[in-house]
Design a protein around this ligand. Structure first.
Ligand SMILES: *[C@@H]1O[C@H](CO)[C@@H](O)[C@H](O)[C@H]1NC(C)=O
Ligand SMILES: *[C@@H]1O[C@H](CO)[C@@H](O)[C@H](O)[C@H]1NC(C)=O
Ligand SMILES: *[C@@H]1O[C@H](CO)[C@@H](O)[C@H](O)[C@H]1NC(C)=O
Length: 600
């Protein structure tokens, strides 16, 4: 890997910007804040499709707010007045900006390494919230709408020796009259359960060199019986055969090779396959070759289904009911907001939950970087992936609904690769929910695009009978599996939420957020009472597993977040309120109850 060009552009930016980068605040730091530096997220950001000819564009860029006419006159060849750290949300302390701007320009320059082979140059963004328009050397190279999925632009035709990248960002968030997928972000209508917004390039920006005809995407449907269907998407106009070589992890020992035409589904089989399972996640290395192009990838063989066990519908992996037990996981950070400060910080959250015994994470109306899902794949943690919701307090019109459906399908398609994702959750409670034919339509559309997972059409509130789950929310006392005549899987999609207020140095230091703390469902007086009470509510769920048709649960929530003090751990991740040993025992009782009912 060569960072020479990125360092060069950093030096240029540093020399001309009028206002040098410095971390703002942040209002509350984490133990990782000081480790971020100016070369953040240096790792390859797309583990499902690796080529060695890549280079990060992360680091210090130039930045300038603009207005609603800014896009008409890109500041090509000009210096912007401030510096920003990419990737970051402009509202975050780590960005160096820590302000709200609906419209902004982001700029860097780069030189492709001289030893790269001839071919095409692709510019990749992990995620830009909300709408990005990209100019290369003054020419419009393309745009993307939606804050949660990666996109790639072929910039070969715009390329020169030294190149200027200008990205125009527009993010209206919850502006009056706007209705876009935004999850928990609120700029204008923040409250106890809605937090800081995120604007801009919040995941890795990078480029790579590919041959003229190249592999644009890889997708495997790998099942527990060893069958595998590979769909390899080629670059525009590419045709010919691809070869997919499946190998034991970390070895060149090939266990199967399948080949066939690009852009078609090609099938093969691995004899005596070792499955991917929660807690026992076997992965295979995969090498995909197409003409001059070759990418390294991986696959996990598993079958996700709704299965009747002892007369009750259960969510199963490889035919076994693991009792998915999860936290509600917001993925927010006090220093980076949507962007975890470092990869280690991101992995810490998964490790912490795994240590306590959670086997599942409900990723709540946010989508993480691809490296997150590669990590849950490696760690054998199941993921319930929510679609980022529309605002909770407005009704979308037809066009806005169409755009929500389009972006949801894009998230499904760009994340269907990861075997640890076992369930798509379309709506959270009634937020943006379009009951009736539209809800049925999006459920069917997602199923048609991805038949390898099960679907929770709505988590909590208005259940219209769609999808594979009947999912209820009730906080102080769970109500799991109480319905006798439903033919779907019954889960407690949210419960718990027991709070504990920590000392001022552990709180998000916004007086408005602190003033909302009493809105927490219940607040324990001290850490002993917190553990007693939270374990008591888990034990009630355990009794419902034993007595009802309860098949899974989601405890609220992983971390404190702004005014919400119901995390197992503080927002900084420094103070674990949860007594690990007591929680481990409580979770063991829960899994034991499921085992008595035919669970694994
Ligand atoms: C289940 O029973 C309830 C209450 O009697 C009824 O309202 C509902 O329509 C029934 N649902 C199904 C799927 O039969
Ligand atoms: C929580 O703690 C903070 C800091 O000590 C305090 O200012 C606030 O009043 C407390 N809120 C509640 C509801 O206990
Ligand atoms: C926790 O519960 C136990 C058992 O009921 C009780 O003896 C203990 O006093 C409780 N501790 C606190 C801090 O509430």
């Amino acid at each position: 890997m060569k960072y020479g060009a990125a360092v060069l552009s950093t030096l240029i930016a540093a020399a001309v910007a009028q206002q040098d980068y410095a971390i703002q605040g942040p209002p509350l730091s984490t133990r990782w804040t000081s480790e971020v530096g100016t070369n953040p997220w240096p790792s390859h950001p797309r583990p499902q499709m690796f080529r060695s000819e890549w280079q990060t564009l992360n680091g210090l860029w130039q930045f300038s707010p603009t207005d609603d006419s800014g896009l008409d006159s890109p500041p090509t060849g000009q210096n912007l007045e401030r510096q920003i750290l990419v990737p970051s949300c402009i509202e975050s302390g780590l960005s160096g900006i820590q302000e709200d701007h609906e419209y902004s320009w982001w700029k860097t320059s780069f030189q492709a390494p001289s030893d790269w082979p001839q071919g095409k140059t692709l510019l990749n963004f992990g995620a830009v919230d909300y709408e990005a328009t990209v100019f290369i050397n003054g020419q419009n190279a393309g745009s993307h709408k939606g804050g949660y999925s990666r996109f790639t632009l072929d910039i070969t035709n715009q390329l020169q020796d030294i190149n200027e990248i200008l990205v125009h960002v527009h993010d209206p968030t919850d502006l009056e009259g706007v209705n876009i997928p935004l999850g928990k972000q609120r700029r204008y209508r923040r409250s106890h359960i809605f937090y800081q917004p995120c604007t801009g390039i919040w995941q890795t920006a990078w480029m790579e060199r590919v041959p003229t005809d190249y592999i644009a995407d890889v997708l495997f449907d790998a099942q527990a019986d060893g069958s595998i269907t590979a769909t390899i998407t080629g670059s525009e106009g590419a045709s010919g055969d691809v070869s997919v070589s499946i190998r034991e992890k970390g070895s060149s020992n090939q266990v199967a090779e399948i080949s066939g035409a690009i852009n078609t589904a090609i099938a093969g089989n691995v004899d005596n396959v070792q499955v991917w399972a929660p807690g026992a996640p076997v992965l295979y290395d995969v090498v995909v070759t197409f003409k001059e192009d070759s990418v390294q990838s991986y696959a996990g063989f598993r079958t996700v289904a709704k299965t009747e066990i002892n007369g009750i519908q259960r969510p199963t992996v490889n035919g076994k009911w693991y009792f998915p037990f999860s936290t509600l996981d917001q993925g927010y950070w006090p220093d980076g907001i949507y962007t975890p400060p470092t990869k280690e910080a991101m992995q810490f959250d998964v490790d912490y939950l795994k240590e306590i015994g959670f086997n599942t994470i409900r990723k709540h109306i946010k989508v993480e970087p691809d490296e997150y899902y590669a990590y849950t794949d490696q760690q054998g943690i199941m993921v319930f992936q929510d679609m980022p919701s529309m605002p909770h307090d407005t009704t979308a019109n037809d066009e806005q609904t169409k755009e929500f459906n389009r972006q949801s399908l894009e998230i499904v398609k760009t994340h269907a690769f990861f075997p640890s994702i076992v369930t798509w959750v379309i709506y959270n409670e009634g937020w943006g929910q379009q009951e009736g034919p539209i809800e049925k339509g999006i459920t069917n559309n997602i199923r048609d695009n991805d038949g390898t997972r099960i679907i929770d059409s709505v988590s909590g509130w208005n259940d219209n009978g769609f999808g594979d789950y009947k999912d209820v929310h009730s906080y102080s006392e769970s109500q799991c599996g109480m319905v006798n005549n439903d033919t779907r899987i019954q889960i407690q999609g949210e419960f718990g939420g027991v709070g504990l207020n920590l000392s001022a140095d552990q709180l998000w230091p916004d007086p408005a957020a602190i003033a909302t703390i009493p809105e927490t469902y219940e607040i324990a007086t001290d850490v002993g009472a917190y553990n007693n009470r939270s374990i008591e509510v888990i034990d009630v769920l355990t009794s419902q597993v034993r007595n009802n048709k309860c098949s899974g649960g989601v405890y609220t929530q992983t971390t404190d977040t702004e005014g919400e003090v119901n995390g197992l751990i503080s927002y900084s991740r420094d103070v674990s309120k949860a007594n690990i040993d007591s929680w481990k025992s409580a979770l063991q009782r829960l899994y034991d109850a499921a085992r008595e009912k035919g669970g694994f």
